[in-house]
Design a protein around this ligand. Sequence first.
Ligand code: GCV
Length: 643
Amino acid sequence: MKKDASFSYRAWLQPGNIEKTTSSNVFAEGDNCSFAQEECILGIAELAVDCDVSLCIDEKLPAEGYSVKFSENCVKISGGCTSGLLYGVYGFLARVRMGECPTTLDFSSKPAVAMRVINHWDNGDGSVERGYAGKSLLWKDGKLGYDLDRLKDYARLLASVGINQISVNNVNVRPLTAKLLTDEGLKDLVIVAEIFRPFGIKLIVGVHFDSPCWIGGLKTSDPADEKVAVFWKEAAARVYNAVPDLAGFLVKADSEFNLGPLAFGHTQDIGANVIAKALQPFGGILYWRCFVYNCLQDWRDTTIDRPKAAYDTFFPIDGKFEPNVILQIKHGPSDFQVREPNSPLLGAMKNTRQAIEFQVTQEYTGQQKDMYNWAVQWEEVFSQPFNENRTTRDLVGSGKEVEAVVAVNNTGDDDNWCGHLLSQLNLYALGRLAWDASLTAEAITKEWVSLTFGKKAEIFEPIVKMLMDSRHTYEKYNAPLGICWMVCIHHHYGPSVDGYEYMKWGTYHRADTKAIGVDRTSKGTNYTSQYQPHVRDIYENLETCPEEMVLYFHRLAYDHKLKSGKTLLQHIYDTHFEGVEEVEGFIKTWESLKGLIPDEAYTSVRARFDMQLENAKEWRDVINSYFYRKTGIADAQGRKIYE
Ligand code: GCV
């Protein structure tokens, strides 16, 4: 039984979240509308606008694009294909829900990138790696298992923001999920594909590089071995026989204890190409992740610098990949930290297809206990320069250099999908930015708030403001100025300044009593040389390096004067005090909404703020005490710092 009467279960365009007024007629012109028709009619009938609506396919439109136009007392929604039509209906519903009058509508839209992808890090036992919203929506008891209605609602949520591919299992493939390539596993995959297909969403399967041994009975997974090539060909044929419209496979190799080509003395292209060739007869894509680094580093060795790993591994083999390989590159060279520069690999390879990878789930950004608007950070990511003429937004917006936007999802079987109700915004934002990279975080935030809470100023304005502030507030009480990684080890919530400092993972701040940071300029690890010359020069020079990430590139003394005139140390103290005060401010704002928004929404978010406040205080006190103890220098304002 659907629970869509409950606020927490609902999200932006779910039927039931849309107010009914009067009824309208919906006409579908031509049989080829039928695929999306049921969903379109359902949505429009729920909305019930005061005019008729006609739906049609217009092949002259861009394939997934659409147009919406009112004329002669009828809103005509046309899509370039059935998915385009569906996106047109969602676009129409969103505009009306946001207060536009159907009779004035005249707009068209098309996606910037062809592949708009959500990766699930869901395990066969129903747990979700870095998941903060309950159990998996897709897996139960060792196999694909789900609540059918819920999964359909989920498909609608994703399609309503233009997502068109999802991977169904964790990139850290374990024996249970490796079975997806077997006849047994495929039975379930067929059913899941049927649920997502009407919403224009294709499935991706995460596969383990060692599958030839794990499930193929071979003694090696060496990609140069002929038997291994045969294994992959047979596996691909079997999967495509069951799910002919599968988008492809996704591989995490040579990373965090997952086997890869390196183990057999090969470069990444040799490993990827054997699988890619097996997918070619079926038009399948191979997403190959670039998160390749040595996670067994010696912290004493200052010559190795983890952020250099992806570029060092992949740039030299640009052009060597099969045409159906897409390299999936995390947006930053570290790992979805609160502040880091963009990966120098993005856009650098001229002859290799690329995807940018984001995290919607809040692994390092408050784990859906703390409010965090990723869209603000993604806008900053898109605004970073690629060279003197272009930004990352241009690489994505052209749909050429970066052909796919991928993100690790933040949903689970919690009633409100995301654990923190306000984290729904992040999933919404990801879809919107993948569709149109030129959208601002503010525009997207306003859309989501108005779709979710309505547009009454006394509700709309404070919620938008809080969400817009949330990323910088979180950053204030987190690791300072792009230093990264001061988190508790393994689970990554809360502060532990030296948690990773003497470990193998390559994530060091190297703080001593005088200074902090790793010199990544040409005088240090020379990481800066991986950027295009214009950008390299910006980061190389302390004067031009953006201050908010200065500690990513430079090692600085605590008494270094920042542009504000404050010392580095005083900046650290101030921001950590401010972060807590701002969270206290969020709580006051939220409390002013009591009675104005549904109780369930009010109560659940209010409870999250208690957790956030505790976290912010913990960060403030641990970070400030750490630096006070290192330096012995007191806060200029004499505030309480624990000794
Ligand atoms: C799926 C980080 C996370 C891991 C994750 C990995 C990845 O290291 O902590 O949980 O593994 O990134 O992106 O593969």
